[in-house]
Design a binder for this molecule. Structure first.
Ligand code: MN
Length: 228
């Protein structure tokens, strides 16, 4: 192809136990998917209408790379989340068929410029600048679904500088993975390579330069990194 400028490289995640990598197409995120987090944000949950937003694929930080403290904020928040990677896609998928699309699992941080999000909420602006900034989505290596399958008892946990900040089990999710995929597929045609951040439990708080984070989807995936 005779491009006028150099095309951006494809961002990809390592795969646990493999030399292959997982190329990322899009990054979808669900908001307000744990009742205790919705409560701490003063938000209400609408079970009928899940709330979605997106991040650019090149916001994903791979391979445990450092997370630069972003510009334009003084209130960078962590949100630990299970990340689902899709190996196939489609539109208008039924929730009970959706699990078949899942290629693998990981754990990530939906980093948020909470001060800009507060302004966006107050002015009824979109969330892009609060959520979709550069380096806003560190994600672990992925574990193929054939090797590990989280269930309602799987623990999601975030430790900052050795102290537990967020912890929940996946059974606390308002919308489970099948329901999230089904709802997203009514809005977008999903495709192989899509990542879905599945929401965060309570305990979101500020990160500072120099903080070390350890996120885990217990027994399945871990992510270690640092804010610099
Ligand atoms: Mn989130």
């Amino acid at each position: 192809m005779n491009y006028a400028i150099a095309p951006s490289p494809t961002v990809s995640l390592p795969i646990h136990g493999s030399e292959q990598r997982f190329p990322i197409r899009r990054v979808f995120c669900i908001g307000r998917n744990y009742a205790d987090h919705a409560r701490e944000m003063g938000a209400t949950i609408d079970k009928e209408t899940p709330m979605f937003f997106c991040k650019p694929a090149d916001a994903v930080v791979t391979d445990g790379g450092p997370v630069p403290y972003p510009q334009a904020t003084s209130d960078l928040h962590h949100e630990v989340e299970m990340v689902v990677a899709l190996g196939s896609g489609g539109k208008d998928i039924a929730a009970d068929q959706a699990q078949a699309l899942v290629w693998g699992y990981g754990v990530g941080l939906d980093l948020t410029r909470r001060d800009l999000q507060a302004v966006a909420k107050a002015k009824s602006h979109p969330w892009d600048v609060a959520k979709g900034f550069d380096h806003s989505a560190p994600v672990s290596a992925l574990v193929p679904a054939a090797q590990a399958k989280p269930d309602a008892g799987t623990v999601l946990r975030l430790t900052i500088n050795g102290s537990v900040r967020q912890q929940a089990t996946l059974g606390d999710m308002v919308h489970n993975v099948g329901e999230i995929i089904a709802a997203l597929s009514k809005l977008f045609e999903l495709k192989a390579g899509d990542l879905i951040f599945t929401g965060t439990p309570a305990g979101v708080a500020a990160l500072q330069r120099g903080d070390s984070f350890h996120a885990e989807l217990e027994g399945i995936a871990t992510l270690d990194g640092k804010v610099v």
